[in-house]
Design a protein around this ligand. Structure first.
Ligand SMILES: [Mg+2]
Length: 184
């Protein structure tokens, strides 16, 4: 059976985007409201999850792995405890100015997955909080859903020159999950 995938951004989508755009301590891990119950419902309904995240400078002194890993693992452990696990976790470490094909909205991390798995793109969604997430969806022919959490730093504030790609906007996870489940 073809897989229905939710390609999930991390910061600003699963956990809140802090004001310095870096989750490098446990104290900065704060889940979006109802993200856990909503993802649990979606997994129950047959969706599989792929995390797709840009982490500028990961593995350099700006964001060493030993600062990145504890909050990442803490988040994954909490989600796993509620039956939410990821088929794949894709992390890109490049900066925007490097223009690397793996960095969202580039599809470099996604294209190998489209080869590896039999994915029903028509029933899959990219879920993120920025125009770059919506653009990623457009770039590989998937629908885009965006969520804007009121307490997250708005990443789009840094993307004022970028046109807004097509997407369906939500302000909370409950509405997003209800909408996705109604599409079946
Ligand atoms: Mg984000």
């Amino acid at each position: 059976m073809k897989k229905k995938i939710l390609f999930l951004d991390r910061d600003g989508t699963i956990i809140r985007e802090p004001h310095d755009f870096q989750i490098d301590t446990l104290e900065k891990v704060s889940f979006l409201p109802y993200v856990i119950t909503s993802l649990a419902q979606l997994v129950q309904a047959g969706y599989e999850l792929v995390m797709v995240t840009n982490q500028d400078g990961l593995g350099t002194p700006v964001l060493p792995w030993e600062h990145f890993n504890p909050p990442q693992q803490f988040m994954l452990d909490i989600l796993a405890g509620e039956g939410i696990s990821f088929l794949e976790i894709c992390i890109d470490e490049h900066y925007a100015h490097e223009d690397h094909p793996n960095r969202k909205p580039g599809t470099g991390m996604i294209l190998p997955l489209l080869q590896k798995y039999d994915i029903d793109l028509g029933a899959s969604y990219v879920v993120g909080d920025r125009k770059t997430d919506a653009k990623l969806a457009e770039n590989f022919g998937c629908a885009s859903l965006t969520i804007k959490d009121a307490l997250s730093n708005d990443g789009d504030a840094t993307l004022t020159d970028m046109p807004a790609p097509p997407t369906v906007h939500f302000t909370n996870w409950q509405d997003l999950a209800r909408w996705v489940l109604a599409q079946k």
